[in-house]
Structures are given as C-alpha cells and as structure tokens.
Design a protein around this ligand. Sequence first.
Ligand code: TXA
Ligand code: MG
Length: 501
Amino acid sequence: MKQNTQNLRPALFLDRDGTIIEDRGFLTNTSEVHFYPDSFTVLKRLQKHFALFIVTNQGGVARGLQTLKEVDNVNRFVSTELAARGIRIEETYTCPHQRSDNCHCIKPHGFYPLKAAAEYNICLEKSWSLGDHLHDVELGEKFGGRGIFLLTGHGEKHSDSLPEKVRIAANLSEAESLIMKYREQIPEHYLTVKQGAEILKQGGLVAIPTETVYGLAANGLKEESVVKIFEAKKRPFFDPLILHIASLDQWQELVTELPSGAKQLAEAFWPGPLTLVLPKSDLVPDMVSSGLETVAVRMPSHPLARRIIEESRCPLAAPSANLFGSVSPTRAIHVDRQLGDRIDGIIDGGACTVGIESTIVGYWKGKYRLLRPGGIPQEEIEKIVGPVECFKAENHQDVPAPGTMKRHYSPGTPLRLGPAGTLNPEKKRFGRLVFGKHAYKDTPHIINLSEKGNTEEAAVQLYHSLRELDKLGLEEILTDRLPDSGLGRAINDRLERASAS
Ligand code: TXA
Ligand code: MG
C-alpha cells in the first residue's frame, strides 16, 4: 500500500564559523574568511548524498558589533568560494539576534531546518546538524535528525562539559565517516507534501506531522475516507475526531455558532496546540463527530501540516497516528514502525516541538470546559475565558466527550505512577522516568524528562522516552507526578492514563 518514493532529500545543516571556516570572532569583512583545509573536499563528497545548508547564529548584529549587510556579504563570499569548487549551498540562514531576544530562529531552535524541509523537500529524519557548539548538536535533535559536535573552532574548549551521549568528531572529515556509517539505517519511503495531498484528495490515509504529535489524516468531509482512519487505528467509532484547518474561513463553515470567547481563544492560540469543540454544521459527517452535535477543530502551527491542509483543499480529520490506546508518535519513524504497512504514506516533519496533544476546550451550556489538558496550559486558557471546569469522564455524565478513556497512551511495559520510592521487590528489571533533580541510583535505566525541571522540555521528551524505555524489555517502568503547573498537568494526565489498568 505504501508509496515508495525517494524524492525527499536528506540535508546537512552546517554551522559556519568554527565549522566550515575558522572562527575569528564576529566577521565583518571577507578578508577575514579562512576555510578549513578539509571543507572543500568533504563537502564536495557529502553533497552527493545531502542538500547543504548553512545555519549561523550571528549575535554580533544584535550587539552592534557587525551589520546584517556585513554578515550577508561574508555569507555570500563563503557560498561563492564553495560554488567555485563545485559545492552548492542551497541557502544560508542567519539568526541576527542574541539569546536574550527570545527569537525563534536562534539555534538550537529548529525554525530554519523546518523552513528548509518545507521549501526544499527535505527529509529531516535523515538529516544532520554539525557545529562546534552544543546548540549545533541540539539543533539536530530538535528537528528529529542527529547532530555532531566538532572539535574545531570553539569545540575543543567546550568538549569537557558536553553531555555524555553527544557524538563528537575531530573535524569535518571524521564527521563524514560517522554520517556515512549511519546513512543506510533509515527508511526511504516518506512522501512530499504534494504527493501526500494528492493521496488525500483521492481518499487515502497519510500520516502528517503537527507540532503536538503526528496525526493520521484523511479528507475530513468524506465519510468513506474517514472510516479508513478508524480501521487503520483499530479505533472504536464512538471516539470522535478532530478536524484540522489552515484558515479561519474553513472554521466558519464547520460550526454553526462562534461564541466570542472561542473566537478570542482562537485568536490567542491558533495556529497552535488548542482544539475547540463547538456545535457542528451539516458539512461535518457524523462519522467525524461520532454522532455528536458538536465538532472539534484545530489549526496546527507546524509548517508542513499547514501546507498539506492547504494543498489538499479540505479540513483533515486526524487523530494521533498510532494504534488505539498506545503511545502517541512524535517522530515519523514512530509512525512508520507501528502503522507503516496500514497506511498510504508518511510526511516527515521532524520531531514534534510540543510533544503532547492539544488542549481541548468545549463550549457547553454557556460555559467553557477543559475536556483534555494539553499543549496550552490551563492557566493560559483561563486568562482569556476565566475559570474553566475540568472535565473528568468519571464524574460528568452531562458533558458528551467520549474518547477521554481512562486507559490510553500506554506503552507495552506496565507503567507505575508514584509515589516514587515504592519498589516492587518482585520486579527485578525496572526503569525510571524522572523529572528534574533526583537521587535514584538503583537502576541503569533512567530517563530524565528534563534535567532543568522544565515542563515544556518534558512534554517534548515524554512519548519518545516512554518508547525508549519500552524497547528495553523491562518488567516495569516507575514514574512520579510532575508539579501540577504549566504543561505538568497535561503530562500528569497522560501518565495517569498510561498507568491505569
Ligand atoms: O494534538 C492533537 O490534538 C492531535 C493532533 C494530531 O492534532 N490529535 C489528537 O487526536 O490527539 P485524538 O483523536 O487522539 O484525540 C481527539 C479527542 C478525542 O478522543 C475526543 O476525546 C475529543 O478529541 N473530541 C473530538 N471531538 C469531540 C467532540 N465533538 N466533543 C468532545 N470531544 C471531542
Ligand atoms: Mg560555530
């Protein structure tokens, strides 16, 4: 069933200073450019397999030490010198800000690789980032690929303080060997946005990236397409689906009522990880809403999700792209391993940047209710519509929200939720999922969701970490609740359900 297309290219996202050319501080003039001796030979060989991009943080612009024009000049000179040796740089991406500006484009944020993926048909999962700072390596992880730390430039100086798992290469030549060794290991059959949209138009099933989790998409207005989602996922028909849109016009056609609070929520959080449940129009098939009179709608922010919705010209019904009840996928490879053979293809958009499903807010009898905690914290929702009641399936029969099942999001290995200290003496092989500072020394199998104790970082890591622990064939995974603030509440909700029996 799966389309075998090889049109997606992997890419190398190369740092500039200290990686391709010597790091001589913030450069203002082309006379200061000195290429490393192996840059030309290595990049020439690697471009046979990878599209090449430069991604460079030039904080000197924000600090007034260089102008953007000077930076552009140097960038152009670097590309021209490489071009003269037959090496093509597709694009050079510059972040002119400093970290305190909190911009989206500074490494390790995946902003530029995601942009490249959308514009140049790049398969991020097979792509690499290279550079002489930790953020160059983290960039690769952020976009769902891999990173290599180089000991050139500032690398040597920082190499003592690197986290253990970082891949290190002495220089570009050594990085090339590492990359070529890994090259063969990843699937080749991901779709481009155009191919995916074509399949969706013809009624097929395509897994798409969103910022929360990967979704299994079908044309949301065609019952015969939507039914395939339930079949592929083995999902019960009483669990309604979310419709994904790319513009507010699309929303208006799907609902019969737009209360002002809902509009304000949409203005504040769309595109993004918020789903709004409102009375549905006749356009929405009963199959999508499981016979309810309401429909759940979300406008995702992932650039590839937006493009695929636009190109397929219809709202896309999409639940998380996993078998019903199991852990949601946050990378293309997760989808491929579980559903690859049951669907028509996958669009690779890298690692999900939120990592946990959207917050679902419903409007019911004049009140806003939180139907599922998720990627937008409850506090943020309440700033806009005031206090919301949290819906729990057990104690509310009057609010229709099927699908908020007690057991859900579960790994194969039994998960036990705190109190943290309690060990079952019969379970010898166990692992731990921890958060922030901890003192456990009782198992080699520990994954820390966020060493810094940051709930956003923990959300990004949650499902991937559960999968990693699941692979180890353990008897039990132990974990504990996170603080109930920010994304902690949504993570606790998933941990509770993943551990429910
Ligand atoms: O982040 C997300 O929301 C992801 C990505 C792919 O967008 N999607 C997702 O879908 O988590 P799913 O199907 O796994 O969860 C959607 C949940 C349903 O289980 C149900 O509880 C709720 O949305 N839902 C959908 N329509 C509803 C409705 N009309 N009334 C109440 N709840 C509804
Ligand atoms: Mg550098």
